[in-house]
Design a protein around this ligand. Structure first.
Ligand SMILES: NC(=O)c1ccc[n+]([C@@H]2O[C@H](COP(=O)([O-])OP(=O)(O)OC[C@H]3O[C@@H](n4cnc5c(N)ncnc54)[C@H](O)[C@@H]3O)[C@@H](O)[C@H]2O)c1
Ligand SMILES: [Zn+2]
Length: 353
């Protein structure tokens, strides 16, 4: 079967590899669509980061580069391993793409995203969504009912957004400011809006600002080049500031803006993965008693995220700005997202095309 394999920085190859084998307790899936994530771009440009470099096998998967890429994918079940009795062949599903030790409790309420050696399918080994087929453990498979398979490729980043929302403790009726409206910022705004918050966004890219307006995920969209965003947030909140802020850009001035824009006693959730250590305005954090929180991946967020999409309270289709085949992955996918984010939000790949 065809697969996109990461060898090293700037070295991703489309190759023919062996099909994965069905084992007891696993599920075989024909991949329908797989999104290209900002993390994939980081791996391509400055990695390996999550990907275990050649010769340094991951402690759980036992694999190192070359590995198959892709962690944001949907597909259809083609076979069930021995002991899997609660799913059916032909069902459409998404995968919660974790690589986690077998003895870690992954039931609801458990913080398994924080367990030792955690990594992701499509980065740390165990196949990936940028291949025609994949076999995964039952516990990571989530049925999606009649959600279209292309939109379902966005359920993984939407679960990241949902977990960020859960971490924030935000409530209906509150005001949120989202800094950076790439796929993660836009999907975070979509969850916040669906949960009944007033949402403000700060973003530079024309396409992304337009997307935030068109989809209605933001009540107001600001461009920091047009004036002080924090002041605008205060003006709209009777001088108080936002209840919650979300850092989705990994740009230091955005974190500064959020520390300024949230109210005293407010919460900032840092969603970004930082390639460098940013300066944080601690005096401001102290004097305003701001809670600055991290969030990583998701933990039992997929069922709620899928239900949110099924409820029709948020739409995923508008965020898909490109559809390509596996052979175009680098030229029409990675290169477009790296050099042309003025036009793109999420590009999805059909590995069978
Ligand atoms: N915590 C997690 O589990 C998790 C999961 C997935 C992704 N991430 C991280 O989330 C971050 C966002 O991901 P993404 O795919 O949306 O990235 P992205 O690069 O597509 O989006 C960042 C956005 O920030 C905007 N931006 C840059 N400078 C700005 C400024 N001064 N003011 C306002 N906006 C500005 C950019 O125009 C861009 O649209 C990345 O760091 C990614 O690695 C974290
Ligand atoms: Zn991702």
């Amino acid at each position: 079967m065809k697969a996109a394999r990461y060898y090293d920085q700037k070295d991703i190859r489309i190759e023919d590899i062996e099909e994965p084998e069905l084992r007891p307790g696993t599920v075989a899936i024909d991949v329908a669509w797989c999104g290209i994530c900002g993390t994939d771009l980081h791996e391509y440009l400055e990695g390996p980061i999550f990907i275990p470099p050649a010769g340094h096998p991951h402690p759980i998967s036992g694999e190192s580069a070359p590995v198959t890429m892709g962690h944001e994918f949907s597909g259809t079940i083609t076979a069930l391993g021995a002991g899997v009795t609660d799913l059916e062949v032909g069902q459409n599903v998404v995968v919660e793409p974790y690589i986690i030790h077998d003895d870690v409790d992954t039931s609801k309420g458990q913080p398994y995203q924080l367990s030792k050696d955690m990594n992701f399918i499509g980065l740390g080994g165990r196949g990936g969504g940028l291949a025609e087929k994949i076999v995964v453990q039952r516990r990571w498979v989530h049925p999606i009912g009649d959600i279209p398979l292309d939109e379902a490729a966005l359920i993984e980043p939407l679960s990241v957004a949902h977990h960020a929302f859960v971490r924030s403790g935000a409530k209906s009726g509150q005001v949120a400011i989202v800094g950076g409206a790439g796929p993660i910022g836009l999907l975070t705004a979509a969850v916040l809006k669906a949960k009944g918050l007033t949402v403000y966004i700060s973003e530079l890219s024309e396409a992304r600002k337009a997307k935030a307006r068109e989809t209605g995920v933001a009540d107001e969209v600001f461009d920091p080049r047009d004036g002080d965003v924090a002041q605008k947030v205060r003006d709209l909140t009777g001088g108080k500031g936002a209840d919650v802020g979300f850092e989705c850009s990994s740009v230091p001035v955005v974190l500064d803006m959020l520390l300024d824009a949230v109210a005293s006693g407010g919460v900032i959730v840092n969603v970004s993965i930082w390639g460098h250590k940013p300066e944080v305005d601690m005096p401001k954090l102290v004097l305003k008693e701001i809670d600055l929180r991290g969030t990583i991946g998701y933990a039992s967020d997929h069922p709620d995220t899928i239900a949110l999409v099924q409820s029709g309270k948020l739409e995923l289709a508008p965020f898909i700005t490109g559809r390509i085949g596996l052979d175009g992955l680098v030229d029409e996918g990675f290169d477009q997202l790296i050099n042309n984010n003025e036009e793109h939000v999420k590009i999805i790949v059909n590995p069978r095309a």
